[in-house]
Each structure stands twice: as C-alpha cells, then as structure tokens.
Design a protein around this ligand. Structure first.
Ligand code: BTN
Length: 339
C-alpha cells in the first residue's frame, strides 16, 4: 500500500503538545520559530511558551534562541502519549492511542472499550499491569517502566474461520518490525511467542468476541520485554526470558518503537481484512519459524503428538511429521507445546 500520499495522522485539535512535537521531530536538529508554532496552533506566542513549560514537567526540554526559535533537546524515556502520537507513521493514520499509568490488563481495558462502543481501531498501552494475562490462564509479569504492554482493539466483522492465521500473521509482522528497529533476530515460536536465541522476548494474547458467524470484537495483546533487566525478573523467568536490552546492551527508545509497531500492526491488520495475507504468511514463515525441523511434543487433549515440526499449513496449523512419515496438522488453542 502506498502510504506517502495519505494526510497526516488525525490529531484532536486540543492536542497542542502533539502538534508542537510533530513539528519539532520533523525538523530534526533545526529550530522551529515561535511564530510558526503560534500559527500552527492558532494561539499567541506567549501561549506557545506556556505549553512548552507544561511539557517540560513531563520530561521534555527545549532550547530557545531569540533569533531562531525552539529546538527539542530532551524527550522522556518512558512511554508518553503525545510523543507516541507525534511519532506515528502515516500508516497508523486514524489509530487512536491511549496511554495509561496503570491498568489491570490492557487486553481487559481494550475489551471494556470495545464493549462501550469505542471507535476502533485503537491501541491501549500501560506503564504497568496489575493483572497481566498470558495464554492458558497464565499471568504476564508486568512491572512498570521499560517494557511494552499493549492491546489493539478491532471490529473486523469477518468469519471466525479467518482468525486461524491472525496471530501468526501479526506475529511475523511484529518480528520484522522489532528486528528492523532494534537490530535483533527475533523468531516466532508457534503459535504466539517471540524468541531471541531461544529465549522469550514477547508473547501474544489474541482474544475475540464472536457471534454465530462473525468476529465482532478482536483484541491483539502484546507484551514485549524492551528495556527490562534480567536481575529484576522473578527467578522462574531468568532462564527462559530475555529483553531487547539483554540482547543488545542498549536502551531502546520506547516511544519510537511503540509508534513503529502501531504503524506495522495497522498495515498488517488492513492486509488481514483484505484477506491478502495468506500467501505472504506462508512465504515469510520459514524465515521466522523457530521450530523449523525441530523435535516437538504437544498435548492435544489427552493425546501426545511427537515428531518433527515442518512449518505451517495455509490455515496456520503446525505440521508435525511423525516417525512413520505421517503428518499431523495441529491447531493453536488445542495444544500445549512442550519444547
Ligand atoms: C503469552 O505469552 O502467554 C501471552 C502474553 C501476552 C501478554 C500481553 S501484555 C499486554 C496484554 N495484556 C494482557 O493482559 N496480556 C497481553
């Protein structure tokens, strides 16, 4: 999709801080004149100054030079709603962004918003979660500051059968975006874990509300360990989990990563809606398949299936080849993977 000719992302006219930031980020190291900002915002230069004072208290700083104007010299390292909005690529045009201090679970928050008829799509982020949820009734460790806890709310109105490939498609898009942005090599462990060198860096929890023949509400929840450090994790996670920081030894700019992910997820969702993603998923899967040609053991109800993982079929089911060469097609949601 050509996104270059789209209008800039929709901004509530009251979001003057977003307009200021977008202008300053767009101009890089250069200065924006006070009169340019005053004109853009439709307010006086004195009022522009007082907005900047307010933004200073949120972790921003500006250099002001009388003959040149203003320049952004400091940005908050923690998630900041205005900064995410100002950094959104055009592909996230129309995606509403909500950043919360704290919530029980961003997935639950998104479900509540959808139930209250909030316009979709939207993305909810939280600095921390008090009841972060994982798959199969597990909890998701969600300490404040440094990681991403995010949930995207959609109203797809597509047949429930179409959902089978949704999480995998979103998963490889997450991998691609994170790999490009953070210079890592994450892969997807079918069906919903993102791993780096065999350690879990992110998990996906997709939840849906269906009618008989339609998926009415869909929530894509992603927990991504970004700047967290292993020493702060519970013992049980130290062996199996990692973060972008652990892998790169560098702090990632949370706000820019967050904006990039919003752009990528929005595009991927549009492709999913148009049902154009299936061949792309099959083509790109081998590159991100962490189980490729590995021995796996799965529990499907009471039955154990063991064999070699041989990729996915067109429905997103994992193909497991038994010792006798027979092939099982295993659907996500029905199994516990023990590798
Ligand atoms: C898993 O690996 O089991 C899935 C983990 C999903 C965690 C994310 S964090 C943001 C969103 N809110 C939740 O309560 N869970 C998901």
């Amino acid at each position: 999709m050509d996104t270059d000719n789209l209008p800039p992302p929709v901004t509530d006219s009251s979001e003057k801080d977003v307009i200021i930031l977008r202008e300053m980020l767009g101009i890089g190291d250069d200065y924006v004149s006070g009169s340019r900002l005053a004109e853009l915002l439709g307010i006086s230069r004195v009022a522009v100054w007082s907005y900047m004072e307010k933004m200073r208290s949120q972790g921003f700083d500006f250099e002001a030079i009388r003959s040149k104007g203003y320049r952004l010299t400091r940005q908050p390292s923690l998630l900041n709603e205005a900064l995410v909005k100002a950094s959104l690529p055009r592909s996230a045009n129309g995606l509403r962004i909500i950043v919360l201090e704290e919530t029980d679970s961003t997935n639950s928050e998104a479900e509540r918003l959808l139930a209250m008829s909030e316009d979709a799509p939207f993305a909810v982020f939280s600095h921390k979660q008090t009841e972060g949820r994982g798959r199969l009734g597990r909890s998701w460790h969600s300490p404040p500051n440094g990681n991403l806890y995010m949930s995207f709310g959609f109203r797809p109105n597509v047949s429930p059968s179409r959902l089978a490939s949704f999480t995998l498609w979103m998963g490889i898009n997450l991998c691609e975006c994170i790999n490009a942005f953070c210079q890592v090599a994450s892969k997807l462990k079918w069906p919903n874990d993102l791993q780096i060198e065999g350690k879990k860096v992110a998990g996906i929890l997709t939840e849906a509300r269906m009618d008989a023949d339609q998926t009415r509400e869909l929530v894509l929840g992603v927990g991504l360990n970004v700047n967290g450090k292993a020493e702060d994790w519970p013992e049980a996670l130290k062996e199996s989990a990692t973060s972008i920081f652990q892998e790169t030894d560098q702090q990632t700019n949370l706000n820019r990563l967050c904006a990039a992910l919003c752009g990528r997820i929005t595009l991927a969702y549009e492709q999913f809606l148009e049902d154009k993603h299936r061949s792309e998923l099959i083509n790109r899967w081998p590159q991100y398949d962490s189980l490729k040609d590995q021995s796996v053991s799965l529990l499907q109800g009471e039955a154990r299936i063991s064999g070699i993982a041989r990729g996915i079929d067109s429905q997103g089911a994992l193909i497991v080849e038994g010792e006798d060469g027979s092939k099982f097609h295993v659907r996500a949601g029905e199994v516990t993977l023990e590798k």
